[in-house]
Write a protein that binds this ligand. Sequence first.
Ligand code: NDP
Length: 337
Amino acid sequence: MTHDPHVADDARYETMDYRRCGRWGLRLPRISLGLWQNFGGHHPLDRQREIILAAFDMGITHYDLANNYGPPPGSAETNFGGIFARDLARYRDEIVVSTKAGYYMHPGPYGDWGSRKYLLSSLDASLARMGLDYVDVFYHHRPDPDTPIEESMMALDQAVRSGKALYAGISNYGPEATVEAARILRELGTPLLIHQFKYSMYERTAEDGLLDALDQVGAGSIVFSPLAQGMLTDRYLAGIPEGSRITHSQFLHERQVTETYLERTRALNRIAAGRGQSLAQLALQWVLRGGRVTSALVGASSVDQLRTNVAALNVPELTAQEIAAIDPHAVHGTHYA
Ligand code: NDP
C-alpha cells in the first residue's frame, strides 16, 4: 500500500461480478467482506486497514458490520469508521455499508432483541461509531419471539424513512417469518431488500424452505460463514495453526475438529485439488452455484486469504456431476461439536 490516504485501484471494477438483490436495483459483489471477527479491538489496526482497502481494490464494494462486532462489542464499527474516514470517505457513493441490531449489546431492557426502542437507538449508536450519516442496509439481526414482528419491521421502515438507512434487511429468520416480514414491510412501503443467513457445505438448513421463500418474496440473499469459519478450508487439516480462529474465538472450538470432520473435509479437499483449486474456493463456488445466492460474505484474517477467495470467481462453474460428487461429503452439521 503506497498512498496515505489510499488511492483506489483504477481496475477495481474490471473483474468482480455484481448481482441484483432479488428483484431490487441494488447490486452486490458476489463476494462481500464481513467484519465480525478479525476487526475488533484485539487485532492490529494496520492489518485491518490492509484487508479493508485490498477488498475495495478487488471490487468488493460491500462491508458488513453489526453493532456488537468486536470484541469488544462496537469496536469493529469504531475501527472501520476510522479507516473509512481516512481512506474511503471520498468513495462513499461506491460503497455499501451494512449494520445490524438484535443480539445483546448493552445491559438493561433496551439492549437486546427486537423492540423499536433498541433497534432505532442502536442504529444511531452505530452511525456515531462509524462516523457515517447513513448505512446502506440496516438489518434486524435475529427474530425476537417476544416482540411482535410488526414492531421490529416498523423500526426498519422508520430507519429507512428517516434516511439513516437506504434499505431494510433481516437475518436468521426462518422461511415463514421471512414471508411475514416481507409482507409487513411491503405494506409499510419499505421493501425487504435482503436476508442474511448461514449457508455452507456443512450448514444446509437454508435448503429447507428459506431459499424458496426468498425467491417467492423477491428478496436478495447474502450468506454468512460460507467457509464454516475456516473449517471449509485446508486450515485445520494438519493441526490447529497458531493464530487461527479456533485459538482465539469463542465461536469456534478445537473439539469441532473430529475424525468425521477430517474425513469429509479431506475428501472435499481432494475434489478441490482435482479442479486445480483450493478447498476455500470450492466452498465459495458451491454456495454461489445456480445463482440463488446474491453474495457470499466472507471473513479474512489476511489479504492473501481474501485474494484466494475472490479468485474463486474466475474458475469454471461447478458441473452437475461435480456437485453430485461433492454431495455425499457436504453433510449438514459436520462441524458441529
Ligand atoms: P467465513 O466462513 O468466511 O470464515 C472466515 C475465516 O475463515 C477467516 O477468519 C479465516 O480463518 C478463514 N479463511 C478465510 N479465507 C480463507 C482461505 N482462503 N484459506 C484458509 N482460511 C481462510 O466467514 P465468517 O464466519 O467470518 O463470517 C463472515 C461474515 O458473515 C462476518 O464477518 C459477518 O459479517 C457475517 N456474519 C453474520 C452473522 C449473522 O448472524 N448475521 C453471524 C456470523 C457472521 P482464520 O482467522 O483462522 O485465518
